[in-house]
Design a protein around this ligand. Sequence first.
Ligand code: ATP
Ligand code: LTN
Length: 335
Amino acid sequence: MLQDKKVLFSGMQATGNLTIGNYLGALQNWVKLSDEYECFYSVVDLHSITVRQDPAELRKRARKLLTLYIAAGLDPDKNCIYYQSHVSAHAELAWILNCFTYMGELNRMTQFKDKSSKHADNINAGLFTYPVLMAADILLYQADVVPVGIDQMQHLELTRDIAQRFNSVYGDVFTVPEPFIGKVGAKIMSLQDPAKKMSKSDENPNASVYLMDDPDTIMRKFKRAVTDSEGVVRYDEEKQPGICNLIDIYCACTGKTKEETEREFSGKGYGDFKTAVGTAVVDRLSPLQAKMADLEKNKDYIDQIIKQNAEKASYVATKTLRKVQKKVGFPERVR
Ligand code: ATP
Ligand code: LTN
């Protein structure tokens, strides 16, 4: 490794426009942790094709996502930001790990069940083995920590099981990673149905706030957010799930605690509170949007990052892959 720092790995799919759920649950924590760790942030395009994609659209989105990582505050000179498809070791290790993963384990994955019911006409083998590719992503870089939202916890546990299983046969080959789930924002819910996770693939555009939404759209979506008839800004998960979600969003954007928020809005109505949440989100997103617009003009700069970082990622990943290939008994390469 390049330094003595511990290693961090995470990734996102370029399957849609990012929401504030992706930002507050994952991307924001990536930025916070990026000084402390040696970081690898991937645009996981191999994962994206488990659901049918339009090729031109996928390519465009993947580039936008990679640019967004930088716009959100990840320094591409210090953090390795790259496309998963540019590093062939991901697919190669995934194959090997497939042979160390049980059907029964994959059958239990809730994301597979969700996605197969949403895409009943295309329940492909890639969708089923998706978590194995994710394990390969993480284990290739010997990651110590993986910052994700709560919904990815089950995949992280499987990754740990696969790593431990492999290590118990072949010795200490893989670092067993720990998940990092932020204290606030780990599960942002839909603004239209607080029982459902906010998701970039939700069909109702009012359910999600997208990172590139303009201020008016953001304010409008918060004004329309589903709440309740209690009329008090209070963190009561049973009776007021919609308000809890808005409090979570407000805290994640402002750094305030739930108690501070309850005090700040005591005696005030939902209208005032929704305006304050909308404003907090607009303030949080506007520097990111401005930086994004700047970066998108600078094609050569982004191209150069893509090239350099793919080389760096390949170097690290190939080192682990060669070790694994040797352990499982593949013949040595003749130089
Ligand atoms: P899709 O709806 O297309 O399945 P998604 O919005 O769930 O996508 P992913 O690309 O699967 O997004 O997730 C990227 C990261 O964002 C992961 O770390 C995930 O845990 C996190 N994340 C996604 N949605 C939320 C959410 N609503 N709240 C907090 N974190 C989230
Ligand atoms: N499955 C993840 C995306 C992902 C990922 C990873 C996250 C693919 N590989 C490795 C962390 C580490 C999701 O968010 N849907």
